[in-house]
Design a protein around this ligand. Sequence first.
Ligand SMILES: O=P(O)(O)OC[C@H]1O[C@](O)(CO)[C@@H](O)[C@@H]1O
Length: 391
Amino acid sequence: MSATDREQALPDAPPILSDVPGSFTWRVLHDRHPAIIEQVTAAFPYPPRIRAALARLATDAVSGTVEPLPADAHDAADWARWSAPYLGMSWYDVPFLWAENYFYRRLLEAVEYFRPGPWRGLDPFTPQKSAELADPALDADLAALAGLHGRPAEEQLTAAVDAALWGNRADLATRVSDPDAEHRKQAADLVADDSAALRGFLTPGTGGTVCLVADNAGRELIPDLVLVDVLLRNGLADRVELHLKPQPYFVSDAMLHDLLSCLRRLADAEPALRERLWAAQRDGSLEVVTDAFYCEPLSYHDLPEELAGRFRAAKLTIVKGDLNYRRLVGDRHWPAATPFAAVTGYFPGAVAALRTLKSEVLVGAPDVAALDAAGVGWRLDGTHGLIQVRG
Ligand SMILES: O=P(O)(O)OC[C@H]1O[C@](O)(CO)[C@@H](O)[C@@H]1O
């Protein structure tokens, strides 16, 4: 079947909206966004002007309509284009993915992130990110991850992929201490497991470039960095590109400053790992990449050519997390049995998704009827994960 035939064979899945009161997506807009604004308001001694802007956003986010960004915003023209189909509509009636992106852009506007002045460039989510890195529980994760060194390459890879996948969950220590047993246990929670195909791309001595599109900072970025280290040390890749967000996004998404904070944290806890990652950046085998696209209200179908070229040239692109998955497959009401390869056929190059489920979107999982029969909760609470690969 050609790519075009596959596209045509896809069901016409409608985009996910937030228009059903009480639904998960409705609650994100109605409850979670105001709570985030409250946290941000308390995070710094913002002046009355910024506090007022945040208060206005709190009202808009719950009951407002889509409005243009201020005309003098640096990206006003882009947002005018992206907003055009939705202007004047309720946030609940536009695609959920779009509404969330619009929220985070409006939040950066309220805290004057891009504006000349003292608050320019201050990440409003710094306190949450710092608290996570300061958590003493992270020491156990780090000690366990350090224990990987010296094991056979395949074992290291299995454990590092597992840790990167479940990076948002708090029990890395046990997971890494007995990687095989833990992997078998977690396999029960995987609704799709293409780990054999993933290992096929990552065999010792095969070199090539791997792009790792990161998701969250802190406790997720640390195991991602361990995965980078395992790839480079074992010759599973010659080069790794670590793709980070260019600006604060979805509270905990990783930016360059979060990578630097992780390296500082490693300097005490795992100095050898920190040294290797530092040296890899200096010699170019680890390149940090970012692009405005990563914070735009678009899916990977709209990749800019610069990023598409990087993914095409890589032997594998690994996209981490729930939001990247939604952008990869399209934030739509897909039947779960829709083949992963069919919806990602457009992606320029081989792609792997490592994701714990925190939203309803799911493809490539034909056997979830029994789980679905019990309700939608399992798709939202991060207890289930997937490893999906399209070569
Ligand atoms: O950090 P992750 O894994 O991308 O998850 C973020 C998820 O949280 C939400 O913002 C709200 O649950 C989802 O929309 C999003 O997919």
